[in-house]
Design a protein around this ligand. Structure first.
Ligand code: GLU
Length: 444
């Protein structure tokens, strides 16, 4: 069977870490098996969907590297949903209901007060054709419910193992609202059938929907797809994701300087048995992905881990990979500069500040001018690779300083800061002229 999966966001807001994880796992699963990844925009709700959100979803997915092979809009497929609805109506599986929400509320309260489950009582099923015609004549518009079989629906879930949903414990779901709006449930199944989706991969908050939707697949005479319901994301302490992090938008994470591969590595590995390390590429992440590594335990989304992975991704960037980005920041100081500074980066843009160590301006910090003068006296004529160790050995001999007392004053004089990249690599880049000026305490 060829693998075909879909990511089906509703374009009603920004993509955030939760739904990107769903997109990613679908993508990884497809690519790991030479399958097809479909982007389906769930925009049946024309009032809530926006073009801006749709465009941003595409921008975010491309930025993350999650390109799609096929793309659809539900808003262009209403004729297919109408056709499916007609079939279900003809088969007696979709029936008209005229209750108002107040009426339904009242009935639910009565049921609860009697200790009964608040399940829709199917009163509309006993309306006669005359009664329905009279209601229609009054101008009442029906909503349409799917008649569940009321049975134990089961499936073998790729992530959760054997799953069962008892549709007898559920109300017949509304598939079409009285204003004619198709709610998500039916269009999703129609699309999954038409697009020949082999596996539906989504969050475990959809498990109950799956019970209903499996009955709809059957009612439409379709072959059943496979399912995987992923455990939801939780915060670092195991509790539900805080609102702030749960709604962390990819667009904002990009502005915060997170690397796409750090985000995909983190979201692709949390909740699995894999070590939480940055993958060398999205392809490699896909090759290593398997639902068998995913348990039922929740996936911990931890910003500290994400930060660590972000640094790993930067530290693995070759000069060739970094060059266009260095150029964009106007700090392309060559390969040896990149190799010298990259181990210090947590965010790529920090490279701009590190470049100033080489290009200036630097305000030297000199606590002991006599020490700086002594260091200047033994400064090698040519500052090339190896000059730093020769120089520091000479300064040590001349001043008797060693360890931190030797290195810190030199670092402070040359960079103005107590921490930073490896001085041996930086010194040739700073150059003799600037080193002399800084040892003399001259800013620039
Ligand atoms: N648009 C639905 C959602 O975002 C899709 C769910 C599904 O994958 O079936 O929840």
């Amino acid at each position: 069977m060829s693998v075909k999966v879909r990511f089906a966001p509703s374009p009603t807001g920004k993509l955030h870490v939760g739904n990107v994880r769903t997109a990613l796992v679908n993508w990884l699963f497809a690519k790991g098996q030479g399958g097809t990844f479909v982007l389906r925009i769930d925009d049946t709700d024309l009032a809530r969907s926006t073009k801006e959100s749709e465009d941003n979803i595409e921008i975010d997915l491309k930025w993350l590297g999650l390109e799609w092979d096929e793309r659809y809009n539900q808003s262009k497929r209403f004729d297919r949903y109408e056709a499916a609805a007609e079939k279900l109506k003809a088969d007696g599986r979709l029936y008209a209901c005229y209750e108002t929400s107040e009426e339904l509320d009242r009935r639910r309260k009565v049921q609860l007060s009697r200790g009964q489950p608040p399940i829709y009582d199917r009163a509309a099923l006993s309306l006669t054709d005359e009664e329905k015609a009279a209601l229609d004549a009054e101008g009442r518009r029906p909503h349409w419910r799917f008649k569940l079989e009321g049975k134990r629906v089961s499936w073998e879930d790729l992530a959760r193992g054997h799953c069962e949903v008892d549709t007898a414990s559920m109300s017949d779901p509304v598939l079409i609202r009285e204003d004619g709006l198709f709610l998500y449930t039916l269009p999703s199944v129609v699309d999954d059938i038409d697009m020949e989706i082999s596996h539906i991969i989504r969050g475990e908050d959809h498990v109950t929907n799956t019970g209903t939707q499996l009955e709809i697949f059957e009612a439409l005479g379709a072959k059943l797809p496979g399912f995987a319901h992923m455990p939801l994301l939780v915060g670092a302490d195991g509790s539900a994701l805080s609102k702030r992090i749960g709604s962390m938008a990819i667009i904002d994470m990009r502005a915060d300087g997170y690397e796409p591969l750090a985000i995909t590595s983190h979201l692709g590995k949390i909740g699995t048995s894999d070590a939480l390390e940055a993958a060398p590429s999205l392809q490699a992440l896909g090759e290593g992905f398997s639902f068998s590594k995913m348990g039922r335990s929740p996936a911990r989304y931890d910003e500290a881990d994400l930060g660590r992975l972000n640094a790993q991704v930067l530290h693995a960037l070759t000069y060739e990979q970094a060059k266009p980005r260095l150029e964009a920041l106007d700090v392309d100081l060559g390969e040896s500069f990149w190799e010298a500074v990259k181990p210090n980066l947590n965010r790529f843009n920090e490279v701009a500040d590190l470049a100033k160590i080489v290009t200036g301006p630097v305000t030297p910090v000199i606590e002991d001018p006599a020490f700086a003068a002594a260091a200047l006296e033994v400064l090698p004529e040519v500052i090339e690779a190896g000059a730093w160790s020769a120089w520091t050995a000479a300064v040590k001999e001349k001043t008797g300083a060693k360890g931190k007392a030797l290195f810190m004053p030199l670092r402070l004089a040359l960079t103005g800061q107590p921490h930073g990249p490896d001085m041996a690599a930086l010194a040739p880049l700073i150059g003799r002229e600037a080193i002399v000026a800084r040892l003399k305490g001259r800013a620039g």
